[in-house]
Design a protein around this ligand. Structure first.
Ligand SMILES: [Zn+2]
Length: 193
């Protein structure tokens, strides 16, 4: 996959135009928004836009394994979020998904936001018979950093119910994080397909 990417010119993950993983015309359709997830306390989330149109197509291309699309979307998100004062945490991706895709898209996005300064990664335990959010709340592991006393930005691809982000935020606060916010590529009205 990576060898092919080197040999072939990149095509936009949404409109397939040659150039980059997400072309300027498609990027121009983005309508970034902030919203807050109901929780105690509420969680503020920044998104590149709604899970529809070119953004949805690009996210789907990313989920099918387009690492270059993930990197371009990550740079778009970094532009919207701006300077991050604190730690950046990638929301956990199920191991089997990471396996088929060949990379962890949340971690890749987190790196785009934080450059080399990514200091934290959340890992969910793979337990069957429970929802993703529930599994996370039960057992979240941190790697690569201490969150105590720090502000943390949690990064994920798509936010639908917000259950995963809220579970991450809860786990981070329990670990002593000062404040938790979130950034996602897209906000979906219902579970993304
Ligand atoms: Zn395009």
């Amino acid at each position: 996959m990576d060898m092919l990417a080197l040999l072939l010119p990149a095509r936009c993950g949404a409109c397939r135009r040659r150039g980059s993983g997400f072309c300027l015309d498609c990027a121009a359709t983005l309508a970034p928004e902030c919203f807050s997830l109901t929780g105690t306390p509420p969680l503020e989330v920044v998104a590149l836009g709604r899970y529809e149109g070119p953004l949805r197509l690009a996210v789907l291309a990313m989920k099918r394994g387009r690492r270059d699309v993930a990197q371009t979307l990550g740079r778009c998100l970094a532009d919207v979020v701006g300077h991050v004062d604190g730690a950046i945490a990638a929301a956990p991706t199920a191991a089997h998904r990471r396996g088929t895709r060949g990379f962890d898209q949340a971690l890749l996005l987190a790196r785009a936001l934080g450059g080399a300064s990514v200091s934290l990664c959340l890992e969910g335990a793979s337990q069957r018979g429970a929802g993703r959010a529930e599994r996370l709340a039960r057992r979240v592991r941190f790697s690569g950093g201490d969150v105590a006393g720090r502000r943390v930005l949690v990064v994920d691809d798509v936010c639908s119910t917000g259950g995963t982000l809220l579970a991450c935020a809860r786990a981070l606060r329990e670990a002593g994080a000062l404040a938790v916010e979130a950034a996602v590529l897209a906000r979906a009205e219902r579970s993304p397909r």
